[in-house]
Design a protein. Sequence first.
Lengths: 546, 494
Amino acid sequence: MNLFLRPRCPGSVPLWRHLYKSKGRQVYHVQHSLRTFSSSSPFFTNIIKPNMEVELTAPNGKKWMQPLGLFINNEFVKSANEQKLISINPTTEEEICSVYAATAEDVDAAVSAARKAFRHESWKSLSGTERGALMRKLADLVAENAEILATIECLDNGKPYQTALNENVPEVINVLRYYAGYADKNFGQVIDVGPAKFAYTVKEPLGVCGQIIPWNYPLDMAAWKLGPALCCGNTVVLKLAEQTPLSVLYLAKLIKEAGFPPGVINIINGHGREAGAALVQHPQVDKIAFTGSTTTGKEIMKMASYTMKNITLETGGKSPLIVFEDADLELAATWSHIGIMSNQGQICTATSRILVHEKIYDEFVEKFKAKVQEVSVLGDPFEESTFHGPQVTKAQYERVLGYINVGKEEGATVMMGGEPAPQNGKGFFVAPTVFTNVKPTMKIFREEIFGPCVAITTFKTEEEALTLANDSMYGLGAALFTKDLTRAHRVAREIEAGMVWVNSSNDSDFRIPFGGVKQSGIGRELGEAGLAPYCNVKSIHVNLAA
Amino acid sequence: MSSNVFVELKTPITGTYKQPTGLFINNEFVEGVDKKTFEVINPATEEVICSIHEATEKDVDIAVAAARKAFEGVWRDVTPQQRGIYLLKLADLLEKNLDLLAAVESLDNGKSITMARGDVGAVVGTIRYYGGWADKIEGKTIDISPDSFHYTRQEPLGVCGQIIPWNFPLLMLAWKVGPALATGNTIVMKTAEQTPLSALVFAQFVKEAGFPPGVLNIISGFGRIAGAAIASHMDIDKVAFTGSTLVGRQIMKAAAESNLKKVTLELGGKSPNIIFNDADIDQAIDWVNFGIYFNHGQTCCAGSRVYVQEGIYDKFVAAFKQRAQQNKVGDPFHDETFQGPQVSQLQYDRIMGYIKAGKEEGATVETGGERHGDKGYFIQPTIFTNVRHDMKIMKEEIFGPVCAVAKFSTEEEVIKLGNDSNYGLAAAVHTKDLNTAIRVSNHLRAGTVWVNTYNALHHQLPFGGYKESGIGRELGEAALANYTQCKSVAIKLN
């Protein structure tokens, strides 16, 4: 009996035919005629209820059918009480559309779908190679829809379109393809303990994974979470950030089109305290992966403890960037700017504390200031010349400005910016802000601002620089600038952080593990290390003396 | 145990001891079938130390049969953990007898006692390290489909023939037996005819550690007889050789012509040691000096081609010359001695031949270039400058305390010079610049690259050659691959 069997488009070749299958198993149903389910297909339109999607047009002229529902079992559905949340364009402060927001009941439905899919032959019986093929297909579809995805990301989040198109969407493709390659390379071990026993381990998926992502990189964070989870054979309920609900809903369409069986990936919008909390507390969820603030991370860890879920957390940071006296200052200024001003400073690894050796302080600050003036062009994110868009929401905008005020009150010097910067009288824009004369005790040096706001201070010795750098409850990223071979490797080891960039900043890569120490998180994403949080190791002992 | 397989010997620092002289087969010292012996010479005095029993083809056959029997019998049932316990026990015994082993090494090889102690310390480290590996030799489970079960096992190769050189007699032995025993093989080890003594002392501890008879057999003999018999033996599964590139080729041919036994080779080198303008010059000179004169230049990875960037060339040469002249050359048993004699008359003559060639080809002798003293095979630490790239002393492995120095101007040029060799064992880069270090070491075609150091070998770090410097890797986890073969098991489930 196969609940998920779907008709195929005549003439298309089902994906599974290309794959390794043993005899007697070809009944399942990764049938994916790969173009069958596009929303324009006559076959498909009767499934989507008319009010479950809306046609949107962006300032760049792109038009698309925006799904609005909760994506459960490969269908877009309303929330149980039909509640919605409004998505605001942070550039114009206008409403884009409203999407359905999950209640606890909807979370339960999504988890049930994921649980059922986890046990269903259509997913469970797929080989790693087959899972990889589905993931590659999804990556291909993302590539085909790159412009629409980038447009939605830009509209909803406020980040520059060029960044979304040339950096964020390619990251999604890269991450999916990378983990697709791992899907048939996640080995167990055969452990020789002597002639009396045959012992081996297998890597098994955890089960249903609840994944909660933030609004700063909606598509990329979705890919970082989905990639390793699917690779290892899990099923997923992914909750999006209420600030940026749109782009990943569009990705959901592509997931269905790629041919993932129903229930394998469920995507819901909703508020953290309602949908997020319901997911974290759900007894049928085996794992929670969360990216967001440290405060929320702690709440999640507490809630997850009741059902003892496997957790990974990627949380906040206050990452230091150290410029030693022998550094290439031009290079340091370039990367210091990228490290804090990219993505409007809304990066967990933003190098928001710059520590500069006193001997080269003046020269560095001049170069840095020039770089900010030159590169940080504010404006409409759809304009090609724009580097710096609005903050994601009014709340974030006010929070950043609040910190800037605190910095002023505490006596730091505003060397640049320090004020709102609306464009044509609209939008949550904050001017790139540089504080100098910052004391290590100040709030702007200690707390995560998550905006285009950097605190610069000086040091005299390497030891002092390290003390300052490590004097934080966070430990996510760190950057250091020096030409000295020995110092580079020595300081890199002494810094308490999950990632250290030498002569760059925020130079992350999907093949390299990413994550935090101290209160910046638990576990790692990306790279081979990203697989471990998504599988169990089962040990099997076979008594050969029996 | 017959009395003619032991002799009482004396070292200047540990006094008298009982030196085994027989072939160590099945945990016993025995005479060779043909009852042949050969003399062992003290290179510091040129006097005979004692006579040692020599293995011929017939003895190789007996040793291989012992190893085969152990492999297919008692050793197969020993658990990996127990193999580890034997190795750890052996390491403890070697450590306890470090002074004796070091003294025998100095006596036989001529290396300074300080260096010999360092060698034995490294032997202990290597054996203990592989003791820890013995129960971590793992295969994989590979999930191909739900209706099948696939896995791999890393199984031992079988009987391994191992042939080692005379420059680090005990250390080369440890590098070979450590991974081979950890992975469950049995061994017929042939030591170098120049330096058979320390391995026979070592053999006593093998038995004491509890290894079953036949697991590790150690024979003394000549390359062209016993060595050749191992390389072409039909019942040896693998041959591992350390020595010259010339002999390495013969071994590979013999392996090909007999039973296609697996081959790993650690061969010669002519390793470049590159000093950039921005290097810490004092430190660089220390390492260049150590790089070429350590172990009297009898090191396969010796930094024998020294390339100095033009900005510091004159200063470097003057200071390096001074540094080389300070090396203490003399009695190996003197605590302060850095450089002892070359190992044999043959080696001495070979090196002096190269020095002569360097002079004739027009290179400048900055220092050294002559015999040191009038007894023993001592050679002065020698530096050649104005060495052209086509000279013999720049191209061929001298295996003595002789280095060739040349000037370079650009990074690109020195990478080209450094790689312009049939060899690719090691290389070094001296610079303070982070990016130069990584970029140049990535471009050098060598199995080991040192940055701001030289000859810094460690049992955790793989060692082996590119190009004609060898095949395979010793040390580290990588060495385990040289002593195991992967078996794939496919089980159909339904």
